[in-house]
Design a protein around this ligand. Structure first.
Ligand SMILES: N[C@@H](CCC(=O)N[C@@H](CS)C(=O)NCC(=O)O)C(=O)O
Length: 232
């Protein structure tokens, strides 16, 4: 039996960070079909594995522990799979960067599709997206990250911060040519970090499997259709 269970929709989006950390950490996991996700989402809080609103939800079978909220899951797995920096500061910065990544996803989908993209809204958003890329770059360059070498928090090997950053920008770039161009033009450092980290075998395998399993899908729904019209 695999050590972990993941409840997440069959698209990359927020769940891909968790899949990436599990894959990089050498752990195997089972995913649940959509009807089972809908079933636990619809339960009363007291009957859920952890009381939660929306996926992802991770269950650690060995430790009989369930956790929701993407950044909390990422930090839990960082502890569990030894993928966090040793210092207090490095651990706090990891949590900060994972929360930044979650904010970028919310902005990119106009808060999960509360509104749809129009060319005018997109044009206004591009400078903000560029600033997000520079925020990730600056967090790294303060710790010695360069285009061809180093990691975001000055560690010897990639940790949760690097995996999440690489998956954030790499998954987007692979599915939206306009966004790839924005990332490449704004920060060759982030572009190169994403390429280096996503090129590591477990993440390369995950990326290939994701295209096989989900096709070109990114976040799904009407919001993906409207995003493709402005950034595809
Ligand atoms: N803040 C939560 C957001 C969870 C969330 O919005 N999940 C989306 C999928 S990415 C969902 O399906 N939500 C359904 C709902 O909230 O009813 C996290 O970071 O995990």
């Amino acid at each position: 039996m695999n050590s972990f269970e993941l409840y997440y929709w069959p698209v990359p989006f927020r769940g891909q960070f968790i899949r990436g950390i599990l894959a990089y950490g050498g752990s195997s996991w089972d995913e649940h079909p959509v009807d089972e996700i809908e079933e636990i989402m619809g339960r009363e809080p007291g009957k859920q594995p952890v009381a939660f609103m929306g996926p992802p939800v991770l269950i650690d079978r060995e430790r009989r522990f369930a956790i929701s909220q993407m950044p909390a899951i990422a930090i839990y797995l960082g502890e569990r799979l030894d993928l966090l920096p040793k210092t207090f500061e490095g651990r706090a910065l990891t949590a900060k960067l994972v929360n930044d990544a979650n904010d970028v996803l919310d902005e990119l989908t106009l808060d999960g599709g509360r509104e749809m993209w129009t060319p005018e809204k997109w044009e206004k958003f591009v400078p903000r997206l560029q600033k997000w890329v520079r925020i990730f770059e600056n967090n790294g360059t303060r710790n010695g990250l360069r285009a061809d070498t180093g990691f975001l928090l000055g560690t010897e090997s990639p940790g949760v911060a690097d995996i999440v950053t690489a998956i954030l920008w790499g998954t987007m770039a692979d599915r939206f040519p306009t966004i790839r161009q924005i990332i490449d033009d704004t920060s060759p450092v982030i572009q190169s970090l994403a390429t280096r980290v996503n090129g590591m075998t477990p993440l390369e395998d995950l990326s290939r499997r994701s295209f096989e399993d989900y096709g070109e899908a990114y976040c799904g729904g009407e919001i993906e259709i409207s995003l493709r019209k402005v950034a595809g």
